[in-house]
Design a protein around this ligand. Structure first.
Ligand code: HEM
Length: 496
């Protein structure tokens, strides 16, 4: 009996030691991992986001090009050397083609068609097929639709009962704007997001169930992030059947309407309907691709717009610089801000990217090694070490951590848009808010367009300040895929 107990205890201890020493056995430095929780106990306890836990480790190992850590029971390599990140995303992408998250397309029909979760040839073909729907030429047609939504956005704030008193919770406010944009441009319907001050329209309710902190979708997505094989292993759907059915029904109705009316449409849905004829898609396929636009276009852009407004409310001198730039641009363009003028607005551009840096939407990109690869660090500031990647290795690209590293961004806590005006300031090896390389965000032009247009309309019409209801310094909700502000972002809007 004693022998049996001893053998069991020995096996458990050996197992714990063996699992926990995984990276040491591969010659990679890093903290020891504990059973089940790995190195992310603070995340499980709700004290920190996953990104904040990684940031602590990133800072602790400042001389190393990479660190071996454990995300619960999954060993992951936290890359610190920006050159290695660049090689993984861009130069040597063929060795690291897949994102970590895996979704069963048969089970999760809508999310499963998103290029972000697709792999191999299917990813390549889908991406190639969808990209022409988001070119600059197509966006020019979408521009007037978004401008109209932006006008309603302004009216909504003008009449908002608490705009100048308690302020408006701006995370929800910006979601109203991007939801109406997405409803119009991807679904061809009116999202009715600005119809009420306290209630959500049906479409908004549907959309808000995705990814909103605490919602079942958000929790499942977060679980999928911590335990990457879980979704696939147990055939768990991120988008519930109920939501899926409703979205499919909306698209089928719009499609039927268009088939019986001869009007000309130039939106993204029409691009998909035309594509469907060529590729013999079902309604479900069309809906799935429209949902990619919906999921990726609605949530991300509203979050970035919120952070932009927060930064400008905290730094009114930059708000004023953008206001003057809007005036100058309008004077040159007969009182209008045309599509072509947006990229030329240098203060708008610098403030946009600096907000992105100061408040990263996500802390990291998760990648998988798809073919063995070897890398030797040659940065004189980091240890001269070699990493031998194996197929299946999980990799953390520390996008948000680089943004907060004083080695690369002086006084990272400071909001200083001028840094983005310096040569190569905005997009480079250290700063890649839309990812980089062959998997770079396909919707970045649309994201930039709707955020900048929203900013132009709001800054032109309102003086934006922080409300006493805003909890400062801000903190993030621990259990969320993206960085969501705890307690909301309360800002005041005074009509100019
Ligand atoms: C400001 C808004 C946005 C931000 C910050 C953003 C950011 C990102 C990031 C960081 C990635 C991962 C890139 C990588 O793995 O290297 C990504 C991928 C993607 N984004 Fe966006 N995005 C935004 C808006 C949009 C919009 C509006 C759409 C669609 C209309 C979109 C569609 C996608 C798709 C389909 C992918 C997957 C690409 C692939 O794996 O091939 N995004 N985005």
């Amino acid at each position: 009996m004693y022998l049996l107990v001893f053998a069991v205890v020995f096996l458990i201890v050996f197992y714990v030691w063996y699992k926990g020493s995984y990276w040491h056995r591969r010659g990679v430095p890093g903290p020891r991992g504990w059973p089940i929780v790995g190195n992310i106990i603070e995340h499980f306890l709700g004290k920190k986001t996953l990104g904040q836990v990684y940031l602590d480790i990133y800072r602790k190992y400042e001389d190393y090009p990479f660190v071996g850590i454990f995300k619960a029971n999954t060993p992951c390599l936290l890359v610190r050397d920006p050159e290695l990140s660049h090689r993984i995303l861009v130069k040597d992408f063929k060795f690291f083609q897949n994102n970590e998250i895996q979704v069963n397309k048969e089970v999760d029909v809508l999310f499963g068609h998103n290029p972000f979760v697709l792999r191999g040839k299917e990813w390549k073909d889908t991406r190639q097929m969808l990209t022409p729907g988001l070119t600059s030429g197509r966006l020019k047609h979408i521009f007037p639709l978004i401008s109209n939504v932006a006008k309603r956005f302004v009216e909504y704030i003008e009449n908002h009962p608490t705009a100048t008193t308690d302020g408006i919770e701006t995370r929800l406010l910006t979601k109203r704007f991007t939801l109406d944009n997405v409803a119009k441009t991807a679904f061809g319907i009116d999202g009715k997001a600005f119809d009420s001050y306290d209630k959500l329209s049906d479409f908004m309710e549907l959309a808000d169930s995705f990814l909103t902190p605490g919602s079942s979708h958000a929790i499942i997505l977060q679980l999928g992030q911590v335990f990457p094989s879980l979704l696939n292993m147990f055939s768990i759907k991120i988008i519930s059947q109920n939501v899926e059915d409703k979205i499919i029904a909306i698209i089928s109705d719009v499609k039927k309407y268009r088939e019986t009316h001869n009007d000309v449409y130039k939106d993204y849905l029409q691009f998909l309907i035309d594509l469907a004829k060529e590729h013999k898609f079902t309604d479900t396929d069309v809906t799935a691709h429209a949902s990619t636009f919906f999921l990726d276009g609605y949530f991300t852009s509203s979050l970035i717009l919120t952070f932009n407004l927060l930064c400008l409310a905290q730094n009114p001198e930059y708000q004023q610089k953008i206001r003057e730039e809007i005036k100058e641009t309008e004077e040159k363009n007969k009182g209008e801000i045309p599509y072509e003028a947006l990229p030329e607005m240098v203060w708008l551009d610098a403030c946009f990217y600096e907000s992105f840096r100061k408040y990263p939407m996500i802390e990291m990109l998760m990648k998988l090694c798809t073919e063995p690869y070897e890398y030797t660090c040659e940065d004189p500031d980091l240890k001269n070490m070699t990493m031998k990647f194996k197929k299946g290795d999980h990799i953390i690209i520390p996008y948000g951590m680089l943004c907060q590293d004083p080695k690369y961004f002086k006084d990272p806590e400071k909001y200083y848009p001028e840094r983005m005006m310096e040569k190569d300031g905005a997009l480079n090896k250290l700063f890649f808010p839309f990812g980089n390389g062959p998997r770079i965000c396909i919707g970045q032009r649309l994201g930039i367009l709707q955020i900048k247009l929203g900013l132009v309309y709001l800054i032109k019409n309102f003086e934006i300040t922080t409300s006493p209801k805003l909890q400062q310094p801000i903190s993030y909700c621990a259990f969320n895929f993206m960085n969501e502000v705890q307690g909301g972002v309360w800002l005041k809007y005074k009509k100019i």
